[in-house]
Design a protein around this ligand. Structure first.
Ligand SMILES: Cc1ncc(C[n+]2csc(CCOP(=O)(O)OP(=O)(O)O)c2C)c(N)n1
Ligand SMILES: [Mg+2]
Length: 800
């Protein structure tokens, strides 16, 4: 960490680099009280992994970054990030002392749980990296539409672990970025050649270099630090360089760990010549030799700063920075160091080396060569920290309570979705301008076509539809323009979710709100599930329209039939899920959803015990099955009930023996079953469940409230079931896993027979499959007969 290049601020930077490493190490050490936590991970991964990036992050945050730049920090470098924010006055000592503790600084940088302005959450490796790419596209989108032009363009920066690059989603993003003309994006690879388990393969950097160049990125390699560069110019220096270049990763790591004497022996044995090279080695003490060999590019502050500062263009740039995992710490380079923690004795040695007096561990300028006043004056002027909160305010856009749509007598929810968006496409209101749709190559098959015809595809450069210009008739106008409102992606669901994550944070990142709607086939949610979870965890706001769904797809067969998704919709934090059966329900839900994704604050509503004012994202599970629509007038009460999760399509009488509760595309079966039972069971009820998720969440919240003394708390489902007699049975049914509705019986103590789909994969006609899996009208009647005994239901046929 000695100055090598002339720079009047170098002393300051070196001091800050030392302090950042110290504070991060101390934060982790101090949190050792957590080391025996039952989480299995202990405090592992942080210490060595953080040290790897101390220099690079010092250069970035204190020198290179501007307020408009946004960063995804490698998960295990979170202590470095928090230490930097602490120095900048944006993180408290209390939270650092409570690192990994309850409400303390988070193990992995978190937008939602950390208090020090994390730009992008990380933790599940690979996702933060892709997020920067899609955030750059989002910034382009916003500016191309003429919004946010008063702010300077920012760079989206990812600090990437080298093993993180094994994650396939990064390459899916890379390909999409190339297609979309990515710029303003930096990926800085911490090439420490170590993963969690081991030392990585030889020569990966060459593959990366080629790969990034193939996708139009500039590649900058920081291999040698300034000490090494000077040494290479000495007599014998070229031999040393050659030796370094051909040294296997494992051996280099091992020697870094072993230290100066080991380097001397190895180098002397292998390239010692009793001449120039030997002299080069012998001129240096063990400590100097170790410093020379550890002086890789990524640990050389002047080289790192110079490399970043040299970029004078906006092309996407990948920096491959050679580093040592655990640099500057006793376990540097050891292949087992991922979970390494410094022992108290090692920490004591480190403390002394850093000139930190006991009791002064948290003092910002303790033990530094540069005077405190100089450092504070410098910190006060750090460009990155010049503005206040990094979360920008953004306007909300009013959505009409009623969205127009022409409802055909028979219609599927998917067709209804297309029709609704087609109508919104005609709307000249601002809310319609803020909608941006995206789809991974299923735009047409999810019924977004009419909307795209109206609103065009987005591209930074306009491109005509050749079919149109060649006058070849086509239903779809595939015209690209900077004003377009649809982003067409290749078939990569991870990219869809990460794009939604980026679009859905535009209000906070760009100060310009977008209303993103993404479409995909329901089963392929599973393909990008972690990216969806990541988007929700960051509190990105979007509407996800998943269609078609379930075995209702019938002839499409196995790989297209989804079962688990309704449960995913219920369990996913931050995502309110709906499965309407009728298009008027969908219209009500869409209008609500477009407002809900814009909300940000408020209390739990006592009306339904849901957190409607807090807002979140929305998942709509739709179907291609044409369903006969109910001719009715939408009232405010019905609209509210649909949004709250359910309503009585037929209210059960006081002597009801059975209630059928259904969700989604099986509505005709439920309706028909109620008809078939009418003569033999009294007062049968029919409950339309538009959102098992919201009914369940409201119920859970109301119970919690009652347990806390709010005795009058009642959720929507409790009110709906209040008058159902205790002996009445409930048959629940949906085209999805039966557990989705099975809990309904626990609300009022009714017996439930939950019908649904547990196995999948068979092709056939819809009727055949509903019969095969037991969700047709006859199966509902059979279930009713079983749980609501009475005289035989005459229309019941033998089950297959
Ligand atoms: C999706 C996912 N899988 C596994 C992990 C567990 N994990 C955390 S760090 C890590 C290795 C990281 O290596 P690298 O990216 O090279 O970072 P380094 O520790 O070398 O700094 C693994 C496997 C994770 N966080 N996310
Ligand atoms: Mg690594």
């Amino acid at each position: 960490m000695k100055p090598h290049l002339t720079d009047d601020k170098l002393d300051t930077f070196v001091s800050l680099e030392c302090k950042v490493l110290w504070l991060a190490s101390w934060t982790i050490h101090n949190a050792n009280h957590l080391r025996d936590n039952a989480d299995g991970l202990k405090v592992g991964g942080h210490q060595a992994s953080s040290a790897s990036l101390a220099t690079i992050m010092t250069a970035l945050y204190f020198d290179v970054l501007r307020p408009q730049d946004r960063v995804a920090v490698k998960p295990h470098a979170s202590p470095i990030f928090h230490a930097i924010q602490y120095l900048l006055g944006r993180q408290t000592r209390e939270r650092l002392e409570n690192f990994r503790g309850y409400k303390g600084a988070q193990s992995y940088p978190s937008r939602t749980k950390d208090a020090d302005d994390v730009d992008f959450s990380t933790g599940s490796v690979g996702l933060g990296v892709a997020q920067t790419l899609f955030s750059s596209l989002t910034q382009d989108y916003v500016r191309a539409h003429g919004w946010g032009l008063a702010r300077p363009e920012g760079r989206m920066v990812a600090l990437v672990g080298d093993a993180e690059l094994d994650e396939g989603n990064i390459f899916e993003a890379l390909l999409e970025g190339w297609k979309q003309g990515l710029h303003n994006c930096w990926w800085i690879i911490d090439y420490n050649r170590q993963s969690l388990d081991a030392v990585v393969r030889e020569g990966l950097w060459e593959r990366y270099e080629q790969l990034f160049k193939n996708f139009g990125w500039d590649v900058v390699i920081l291999k040698y630090g300034a000490l090494q560069q000077v040494a290479f110019k000495e007599p014998g220096g070229e031999k040393l360089r050659h030796w370094i270049d051909s040294c296997p990763n494992q051996l280099y790591s091992a020697l870094v760990f072993a230290g100066g004497a080991a380097w001397r022996k190895r180098l002397t044995d292998e390239i010692g010549d009793q001449g120039e090279v030997t002299r080069l080695i012998e001129q240096r003490s063990d400590a100097e030799l170790a410093a020379l060999m550890n002086n890789l590019g990524g640990h050389d502050l002047p080289s790192v700063r110079a490399a970043f500062r040299a970029i004078d263009h906006d092309r996407p740039t990948c920096f491959i920075c050679y580093t040592v995992k655990g640099a500057g710490l006793p376990f540097a380079g050891h292949k087992d160091n991922h979970a390494g923690l410094m022992t108290p004795a090692q920490m004591e040695v480190f403390r002394q080396a850093m000139n930190v007096r006991p009791g002064h561990e948290w003092d910002k300028f303790e033990g530094l060569a540069t005077p405190a006043t100089t450092l504070q004056a410098f910190l006060d002027r750090v460009p990155f920290a010049q503005h206040g909160s990094r979360r920008l305010p953004a306007a909300q856009f009013a959505v009409p309570a009623e969205l127009p749509v022409a409802i055909q007598p028979t219609m599927s929810t998917q067709t209804g979705f297309g029709a609704l968006l087609n109508e919104i496409g005609k709307d000249t209101g601002e809310f319609a301008r803020r909608i941006v749709t995206a789809s991974p190559d299923v735009t047409v098959s999810t019924n977004l076509g009419p909307w795209v015809n109206r609103r065009k595809l987005f591209a930074r450069q306009a491109k005509a539809d050749t079919f149109k210009s060649e006058r070849i008739p086509s239903t779809f106008n595939w015209e690209f323009s900077p004003q377009g409102q649809h982003i067409e992606l290749g078939i990569a669901e991870n990219n869809l979710f990460t794009l939604l994550s980026a679009l859905g944070l535009s209000h906070a990142i760009n100060g310009e709100r977008l209303l993103p709607i993404g479409t995909l086939y329901d089963p392929f949610i599973a393909r990008g599930l972690d990216a969806l979870n990541y988007a929700c965890y960051q509190d990105a706001r979007f509407i996800l329209v998943a269609t078609p769904s379930g075995i209702t797809l019938a002839g499409e067969g196995g790989a297209h039939q989804s079962i688990a998704e309704p449960l995913i919709g219920m369990a996913q934090d931050g995502l309110a899920s709906f499965e309407p059966a009728f298009v008027d329900e969908l219209a009500a839900i869409m209008a609500w959803a477009l407002a809900y994704i814009q909300k940000d604050g408020g209390e739990v509503s006592e009306r339904n015990w849901l957190r409607d004012e807090t807002g979140g994202s929305v998942y709509l599970r739709l179907s291609t099955r044409p369903v006969e629509q109910i001719q009715r007038t939408m009232t405010d009460a019905l609209r509210q009930a649909i949004v709250d999760g359910g309503y009585w399509l037929r209210k059960p009488g006081p002597n009801a023996q059975v209630v059928v509760a259904y969700t989604g595309a099986v509505a005709p079966e439920a309706i028909s079953a109620v008809g078939l039972m009418a003569e033999d069971r009294r007062d049968v009820g029919l409950l339309a469940v538009t959102s098992a998720d919201r009914l369940n969440a409201g119920w859970t919240a109301a119970q919690r409230a009652r347990e806390r003394g709010l005795v009058h708390a009642r959720s929507h489902i409790e009110r709906l079931l209040a008058d159902v007699p205790p002996h009445c049975g409930i048959v629940s049914v949906l085209d999805g896993h039966p557990a989705t509705l099975a809990w309904l019986g626990a609300v009022g103590g009714h017996r439930v027979r939950p019908l649904g789909v547990e196995h999948f994969g068979q092709t056939g006609s819809l009727a055949e499959l509903y019969r095969h899996y037991g969700i047709d009208a006859n199966a509902i009647v059979a279930a009713a007969q079983a749980i609501a005994p009475g005289r035989p239901i005459r229309h019941l046929k033998a089950l297959p």
